[in-house]
Design a protein. Structure first.
Lengths: 231, 231
DNA sequence: CATTTAAGGTACTTGGCGTACCTTATGTGC
DNA sequence: GCACATAAGGTACGCCAAGTACCTTAAATG
């Protein structure tokens, strides 16, 4: 229970302030997080471990969740998407990494945080970039390369389309609550959904021939009423 | 604050038991839920409103969440998928209904519950059927009709493929925390993702080959803001 | 050295879930 | 009808951690 040289007891050492203290708190929080998950992250615990008190924490983060998110971010790193030279390979690899992450202890924490944030967009946003999923950028990167190689249709370079695979994967975790997703499912997502979707849609060699039908309003389709369900 | 004849004060009436009491509790819980959301659903509150006490509740449900889910289910009804005679129409309509539900007060409650369940599969499962979304059945129904009409490829009759649209929609709510999804987004999901995916993939001389229009701007639009990475 | 700023120390309020325990109806089987 | 088992009513309380208040004390600032 004695603290390490960095996060020392409030004993005889010099009193830390500013960045140094913040660092110590974050470090302590990250430790608690890895040891006991978000559920086990208590303000008193962090304060004690950092050799300080709750005041110092609340001066920096408004509540436990913010601290939890900050600590989580500290535990993750960013990576760049694979470049295997093959669309399928890239996609599968990127999905597998995501799957590994979500299945890891860190993934469990991420889910706890996501759950605790429960729709608070600002907080959600801070997790997004790390959960690496919604992040469209890497997917667009993968697809751009594929388009250049002629493996994907240019129309696929659209955030909503590009991220379909990861959204389906995340769905498994978030909505179905599975601890990990089997590789078969990943393959299925790729082969049954993603590739058919992003590949040149017409066997035609002229991409603009079919689909990119010149704009024109998204179909009238009025009739917004029809109540039955809800409320 | 006086109770109605059904959920009466513990005063002079006859003591309810079994099903009658259960009904009263559930009714009270549903009321609390609609008035204050899951956050405002307290065991003491429900007990008081039902004119009973917490014991009676805990004898039936193990914890607050279970009660919340039971009460939520009581507030929802099931409906069957539309049959407009047109794939796009059916899909859009079904998405719109889901969107309305998720955007409604009931949808907010659903999100709270989902968040509170936080990956507890058994509980999640109980919500699934009602959130009516993940439920693959209605989607398969819609697609079967479309296949019969020659509007969709038989390969699309696969749960993972069939439910793609709703998964993307739910993603907006659950992950991005938006209060409601604009109709434009629904249209985008349908035209950019769903229809291209389920339609006969190699359009030949078929009548259905003349893609009735992935309309609107297919413009690649490499997405302005990007910059996040992953893991 | 005086003053301001932030850290340390403590104790306390709050809020609700979940439990314990006892009393009192109800209803069922004899 | 009566006695016993069963379940409801009534209350109080333990618990646990979040967040707050307030004062003391060390460090920066100048």
């Amino acid at each position: 229970m004695t603290e390490d040289p960095t996060g020392r007891p409030g004993a005889g050492r010099t009193r830390r302030r500013g960045a140094a203290l913040e660092e110590a708190i974050l470090r302590a929080a990250a430790e608690e997080l890895t040891e006991a998950g978000y559920a086990g992250l208590t303000m008193d615990g962090v304060a004690a471990r950092a050799g300080t008190n709750k005041n110092a924490i609340y001066r920096r983060w408004p509540n436990r969740l913010s601290l939890g998110i900050a600590a989580y971010r500290r535990l993750t790193t960013t990576v760049s998407p694979p470049d295997t030279g093959d669309l399928r390979g890239d996609v599968l690899e990127w999905l597998r990494r995501a799957n590994r992450h979500w299945s890891s202890p860190l993934g469990v924490i991420l889910r706890e945080l996501l759950s605790a944030a429960g729709g608070t967009s600002e907080l959600l946003a801070q997790l997004q970039e790390r959960s690496g999923d919604a992040a469209a950028a890497p997917w667009l990167t993968i697809l751009e390369r594929a388009v250049a190689r002629g493996e994907a249709a240019p129309e696929a370079l659209h955030p909503r389309v590009a991220t379909v695979a990861i959204v389906l994967l995340r769905n498994e975790f978030v909505v179905r609550g599975v601890p990990t997703v089997s590789d078969d499912v990943l393959v299925e997502i790729v082969d049954e959904v993603y590739l058919p979707l992003v590949r040149r849609r017409a066997g035609r060699d002229d991409p603009a021939a079919r689909d990119p039908g010149p704009a024109d309003a998204p179909r009238p389709e009025p009739d917004p009423r029809i109540g039955a369900r809800e409320e």
